[in-house]
Structure formats: C-alpha cells, structure tokens
Write a protein that binds this ligand. Structure first.
Ligand code: NI
Length: 376
C-alpha cells in the first residue's frame, strides 16, 4: 500500500530508467501500472506517451501536471539507483515531479468519497523539447478543467522552501538562425569576395542594440547569440556564415515584433555589404504567466503548511506549462530540492526529502482549489 517508502521506491525506479522526450514508453507503462494498482481511473486520450488519471466525481474539475521526460546527460552521481541507461539521465528531476503527482493521485483516491469534485492528473511527456503540453492539450486533457497547477524542483533552494509569483514567472523562449550568404575568396585577396564573417560580426554587435536601444529599458528582453559558424580553413574566406541564438522576454508584443526587427537589421546590414541574410525564427513556449489569485493561494497554503515561501522576481528560463496557462487559470511553483549541482548537470542530485511534503501540499492544494472553484 501507499507509504513514504513507496514514494522513494517509485522515484528510484523512474530514476533508473530515464527516457528522452517523446520516447517515454516504459515510463508511461510504469506510471499506468502504478495508477491501476490503486484502481485510479485513466482517461482514454490519444497520447503516444504520457498518461492522464482522474480521481473524484462530478464538478468542478481542476488539474495537476507532472512532466516525465529525461535528458541526454551522462549521470555522474554514484547512487545504487543511478541511471541504467547510458547517456540518459533524469537531470531535471522530472522523476521527482512524476513521483509527487503519483503520490497525490493515490492520496486523492483514498479520500475520493470526500472530494468536492474531480482532480485530473496529467503525466506529461516531452517538456524538455517544449511540445508535450501542446500534445496534451490537443488530446483533450484540458477539457472542462477550471484551474491547473504544477511544480518544478529548485536545486538552489533548501528543502522546505517554495517560490513563485503572480504574473510572469518565466519568459517567452524563442530561437533564431541567421544565414549570411557572402562570396568566398582567398584570404589574401578579400576584395575579390564578400566576407561573411565580417558581416556576421557586424550583425552580432548590432543585434545587441535591439534590447538596449529599440525596446524600453524597463522591459525584460535578452538576446543572446550562442553560435557563430563559418569557414573550415585558415586561408579561405568562407562563402557563408550562420548565427544562432535565443530571445527571451516576458512581453508578448516585443516577442511578436522581434523577428521583424532582427530580419530588418540583419538583412540591411548584409545588404550594405552586398550580401544576403536570411532569418529563421523558431517559436518556443510562451511566457509562463501565473494567475495572481492562484499564485497567492499557492503561496498562502505553502506558508500555512510550514514552507518558507519566497515571492520571486520574473525569470528568463522557459517551461512549457505556460501553454496550459494560456487556456485556463492556475499557478506554477518551484520547491527546494537542495542539489549540489543545478538542473541539467551530470552531478544533479536532488534531496528525496522534497517528495513527501510536496505530496501533502498538492493533495491539500487540489482539495482546497476544488472548494474555491465550486464557490466561484
Ligand atoms: Ni525540468
């Protein structure tokens, strides 16, 4: 039967068998088996990976979400429950999140007759590739849901600490590529070519003026060029160059304008040198915007349960939970996992002490949220 030891056993089994985004077949099988053992209803949604469970009856309906995918990281932590899959690791702690929501599902099942409505629990695939939430939404997982809640562990916070804020918590996360087409030449006779490296350098520098000179200094905007690829020789000026990077902002209008500004700036700089620059824009998840009232509710409940709470400032990271919040109100929180190394690091080693209090917290949060939604 369900106990704190059971939580640890589930977590370690998930941790030993991590699977990459959209390949969470065994993880889905395990979660399904553990949910079925407690006779928890599963929704017959058309999902390749991931599973959706439900407890309680009637209305209202709220949802909780856990992500379940792992990362292409080679684990450097030597526990007996270390990853058995070479090169794949639960380095973001999604095994913790899945275990917490599994525990909540079992707990809610035990008190199902007293639940004032239904709680749907989404075990979501492919968070790291930012497409799992959309798959869940397309499969109908949000239908009828009146509020949704989720969590991420925070390695930089101690156990017993919980952090969130109303409004924008994480940023719009977009990616861009710029292909510069110049003209190759001998390095000794650059005047015979069009130097794509020099042009690319001008573009990298000019792009920095978008956050600092085009948008208000009171807005949060980051533009980082993270890759500059060109050439394969010391004495040849290459024909082309490629830049890649990311834009982060909390402002949806800036997000919309940004590709046009980049295209214009890069295109005209290149044109000034007689070259071409082409922009490819790859939209990622939108900014994660918590409903202020639900964020306040999540913080107040955490404080009442003895968590040390922190109202944080907006962060520049991304989280695909943001897609759900574009459809229904809700809140996302982070809970301390006290790891010596951060998320996505091969030495990431969260304290399992995060799990049991988080199960208690989300069980109460779900029950109370149902009561609040019922009164709305
Ligand atoms: Ni994560």
């Amino acid at each position: 039967m369900f106990s704190p030891d059971q939580l640890i056993a589930w977590r370690r089994e998930l941790h030993q068998h991590p699977e990459l985004s959209s390949q969470e077949f065994e993880t889905t099988q395990r979660l399904t088996r553990w949910l079925r053992q407690a006779d928890i209803r599963l929704l017959p949604l058309p999902l390749k990976t991931g599973v959706v469970a439900e407890t309680g009856y009637g209305e209202p309906l709220i949802a909780l979400r856990a992500d379940i995918d792992a990362l292409p990281v080679d684990e450097a932590v030597d526990h007996p429950w270390r990853s058995q899959q070479a090169g794949v690791m639960h380095a973001c702690g999604h095994d913790l999140h899945a275990t917490v929501m599994l525990g909540v599902a079992h707990r809610l099942r035990q008190q199902e007759s007293q639940l004032p409505g239904r709680v749907r629990i989404l075990f979501q695939p492919a968070e790291e590739t930012f497409n799992g939430a959309q798959q869940m939404i397309e499969a109908g997982a949000l239908e009828g849901v009146q509020a949704i809640f989720g969590m991420h562990n925070a390695p930089d916070l101690p156990l017993g600490a919980l952090r969130t804020r109303g409004g924008a918590l994480y940023a719009n996360v977009d990616r861009f590529r710029i292909r510069i087409q110049g003209k190759g030449a001998h390095a000794a006779r650059p005047h015979e070519g069009i130097d794509s490296i020099v042009i690319g350098s001008h573009i990298v520098t000019a792009l920095q003026t978008l956050p600092s000179r085009v948008f208000s200094s009171l807005e949060s905007v980051v533009l980082s060029v993270t890759r500059f690829t060109a050439g394969n020789s010391w004495n040849v000026l290459p024909q082309s160059a490629e830049l890649e990077g990311t834009v982060r902002t909390h402002n949806d209008v800036i997000r919309e304008v940004m590709p046009h500004k980049i295209r214009q700036l890069a295109g005209r700089i290149a044109a000034g040198f007689g070259a071409d620059a082409e922009l490819e824009w790859i939209a990622g998840p939108p900014a994660l915007v918590n409903t202020p009232a639900w964020a306040d509710f999540a913080l107040a409940l955490a404080q009442a349960r003895g968590f040390r709470i922190e109202r944080t400032t907006p962060q520049m990271g991304g989280e695909d939970f943001a897609f759900y919040l574009r459809h229904v109100p809700g809140a996302f929180v982070t809970i301390g996992s006290a790891s010596p190394f951060g998320l996505h690091h091969p030495g990431f080693d969260p304290d399992e002490g995060i799990i049991a209090p988080a199960v208690d917290y989300f069980t109460e949060l779900a029950t109370r949220a149902l009561a609040i939604v019922a009164r709305l």
